[in-house]
Structures are given as structure tokens and as C-alpha cells.
Ligand binder design. Structure first.
Ligand SMILES: Cc1cc2nc3c(=O)[nH]c(=O)nc-3n(C[C@H](O)[C@H](O)[C@H](O)COP(=O)(O)OP(=O)(O)OC[C@H]3O[C@@H](n4cnc5c(N)ncnc54)[C@H](O)[C@@H]3O)c2cc1C
Length: 354
């Protein structure tokens, strides 16, 4: 069956906004954007008797805007013609897929700038396609760190802060994306622009706070898990930064996956086999009471093996770790010997009690 297209005049109106080179409604491009990792699961949940397809509904076109103003004009046009929008930052995962063929995809990859790093006030401002890795490279130059959702450094800090989930392995130290979000630039579903938090101040608007004058809208905006593109498009966000917990002077040699690095001073990893999940819970609660860990997380035995390997051969060397029943991985890190001593003593105390 031929794919339904945008009417020619509507296509032209969109093209006038982003430029003809930044819109595509050709079948190959639209069908590629209809594919995503694990879409089969969503399709199965929708229709348990249907074939297991990795494709979602096919969007009518894919647009690549580069500015907030372009996003705003697109949203207004979609309202005029009653077309649905799915925004994507990095676009990995079935939650990026349109749930109707009467939709367009906004691929925000051209909005890839780190707008500001305020090292003194510990925040930065990013656009949607800035990855966690891209941001971390820049802020480590200032001795700073950011929260990285557990999805990994290729995920978008903006998407995590505004639109989806938020826990990560360093959450004991860097929190949850919903609480790290400060001011936001938000193109609402009707195309109006809302500047949330201190960015909405009449005098001296700036990015440093998520709640501005008036009631807080952060809960409506993302709640716990985020609206996943159901509430307009976020074009810029400020997120909190944190002092890097130890030296940022990593001496790396080689290339991924065969690389090595000297571990900086004052960093220690504990792998504790808690034997069962009840004991794991008790251990996590007790260790977290001390508020000393940089990471405190359950990992599967296989994940522990994989962390300490960079090839199948070195993975096999770690096969004994596969016997761990309920591994708890704790990392402590410090900037000075005194701080490191304190954290180690706190860990010793907690471990003695367990
Ligand atoms: C293997 C794997 C492991 C994961 N583990 C974790 C985890 O441990 N913790 C965690 O928090 N998350 C996890 N996730 C989920 C998700 O990837 C993250 O929440 C991530 O932070 C979102 O960033 P992203 O770059 O993947 O965003 P995207 O995949 O691009 O977008 C995520 C959602 O937000 C919407 N969206 C994106 N950008 C915008 C925008 N500018 N405006 C409006 N809506 C937008 C998208 O439509 C989509 O629904 C995991 C995902 C995978 C694939």
C-alpha cells in the first residue's frame, strides 16, 4: 500500500520554515524513522496475535529544525492542519515512535549546542542533541561533572531532564534528572513559548533556577517519568553541575575497546556479594545512610564481569565473578586524602554492621 503523504502545499509550508534540505517525505527515510530498537514489544502489547514487526506507524515526513523559532512555527502549522508531532533528541528507543501515521517527526539533531557553562554557579544550558558525553568533555575541563542517566553517555541530558525517567548509576551523588532540571525553554503544544523558572523573570532573566515567580510548573511539565513528547517540544534546558568527586586528570592510553587508564588517587571500588535481594536492600540502605558513595548500585554478575573486561578473552578471565548472587557495586571518590580516609572509615563501619 502506498504511504500517505503530506499534501504538496502543506509540505511546501513546512519546507519554507526549515529549508528544502531539512525536510524529507521520501519512502526510505520515513520507513527508517518508523524503525526502532524494541518496537516489537510495543507492537506485541498492542496486538498479541499480530506479527512481531520492529516498525511503528510511518510518519508523513521528517523535519530537522535548527532553532526554537523554527520549532515554534512547525508546531503552529501542525495545529492548523491537525498533524501530530513526535520530537526526538537522540531518538533511541520505541518511545520515540509516532503512534499515528498522521504525524511528523521532529529530529532535533541540528540543535546540538552547549549554550552556556556557568562553572561558578554550577549549571549549564544545553540543546536537545547535546549528548552526556559531549557535555562531560567540556565540563571536566572545569573540574565538574553532570548527572548521567543510566541509559549512558550517548543519551541527551535535555531529554532526560525534561521528558523521560532520570535515575543513573551516580544518583547517590548527582541525583535524579527531574530534580537537576533548572530553567527551561518550552514550545507548548499550541506553539506559544514558555520560559520556565528564573528565565521567566521580567528583570534579568537567567537560567539558574527551575521555579520562578508564581507556582511551580515542573510537576505538570514532567512529573516523575516525563511526557515523552506529549506536551510540546523542549528546546533548551539548564541542568545542575557538580564538582567532580576526584581528580579529573585521567591518563588514558589506547583506543576503545582496547584502552587503559591510570585510576586517579582517592577512588575505590567495592564489590559486595549480598547473596540475596533482601540483604542487598539492607546493605544499600545502610551504606546510603553514610552519604559517602559516588555510586551504590546493584549490577548483574554478568555486568560486573563486563565492566572489568574489554574483550571476550578478558571476560573469560573474570568468569569466577559470574558466581556473585546479588552484587552491590559501591564507588567512593574524594579530592583529598582526609576526605578519602573519612569515606573509607564510614564504609568500614557500615560493612562491619552488615
Ligand atoms: C538500554 C537503555 C537503558 C536505559 N536506562 C535508563 C536508565 O537507567 N535511566 C533512565 O533514566 N533512562 C533510561 N533509559 C531511557 C532513556 O533512554 C533515557 O531516559 C534517556 O535519558 C532519554 O534520553 P535520550 O537521548 O535517549 O532521549 P530520546 O530517546 O531522544 O527521547 C526520550 C523521550 O523524550 C521525548 N523527547 C526527546 N526530546 C524531546 C524534546 N526536545 N521535546 C519533547 N520531547 C522530547 C521523545 O519523544 C521520547 O519519547 C534507557 C534506555 C535504553 C535504550
Amino acid at each position: 500500500m502506498p504511504l500517505e503523504k503530506l499534501e504538496k502545499t502543506i509540505y511546501q509550508e513546512f519546507a519554507n520554515i526549515v529549508g528544502t534540505e531539512n525536510i524529507d517525505d521520501s519512502a526510505p527515510v520515513r520507513e527508517v524513522y518508523a524503525y526502532n530498537w524494541c518496537q516489537e514489544i510495543f507492537n506485541y502489547m498492542h496486538d498479541k496475535s499480530g506479527p512481531l514487526s520492529p516498525f511503528s506507524d510511518v510518519p508523513k515526513a521528517v523535519l530537522l529544525p535548527s532553532t526554537t523559532e523554527e520549532v515554534q512555527q512547525i508546531v503552529k502549522l501542525c495545529n492548523k492542519y491537525k498533524i501530530m508531532i513526535k520530537a526526538q533528541s537522540t531518538g533511541l528507543g520505541p518511545w520515540n515512535q509516532p503512534s499515528s501515521s498522521n504525524s511528523i517527526i521532529l529530529d532535533l539533531r541540528r540543535m546540538n549546542h552547549i549554550v552556556k557553562i556557568d562553572a561558578k554557579n554550577l549549571y549549564c544550558v544545553v540543546e536537545p542533541y547535546v549528548s552526556g558525553a559531549q557535555l562531560q568533555v567540556e565540563i571536566m575541563k572545569h573540574g565538574l561533572n553532570c548527572h548521567m542517566p543510566g541509559a549512558g553517555p550517548m543519551a541527551s541530558p535535555l531529554a532526560s531532564a525534561t521528558s523521560m525517567n532520570g535515575p543513573g548509576f551516580t544518583s547517590p551523588h548527582t541525583g535524579h534528572s527531574s530534580r537537576n532540571m533548572l530553567a527551561v525553554e518550552w514550545v507548548l503544544p499550541d506553539g506559544e513559548i514558555l520560559r520556565l523558572g528564573s528565565l521567566g523573570q521580567k528583570n534579568n532573566p537567567d537560567w539558574f533556577h527551575g521555579d520562578g515567580p508564581g507556582p511551580s510548573l515542573r510537576g505538570i511539565m514532567r512529573g516523575w517519568a516525563g511526557a515523552k513528547s506529549g506536551l510540546g517540544v523542549f528546546t533548551k534546558v539548564a541542568v545542575k553541575l557538580f564538582p567532580y568527586p576526584c581528580s579529573t586528570d585521567f591518563k588514558v592510553s589506547g583506543c576503545s575497546p582496547n584502552y587503559d587508564f591510570e585510576i586517579p588517587d582517592f577512588i575505590r571500588v567495592y564489590i559486595i556479594d549480598c547473596k540475596n535481594f533482601k540483604k542487598l536492600e539492607e546493605a544499600m540502605l545502610r551504606i546510603e545512610e553514610e552519604e559517602v558513595s559516588f555510586m551504590c548500585s546493584y549490577l548483574s554478575a554478568f555486568a560486573v564481569m563486563a565492566i572489568f573486561s574489554n574483550s571476550i578473552e578478558t571476560l573469560m578471565d573474570k568468569i569466577a565473578l559470574g558466581n556473585l548472587k546479588a552484587p552491590l557495586v559501591v564507588i567512593i571518590a574524594a579530592r583529598t586524602e582526609r576526605e578519602f580516609d573519612y569515606k573509607q572509615k564510614a564504609m568500614d563501619l557500615a560493612l562491619d554492621e552488615l
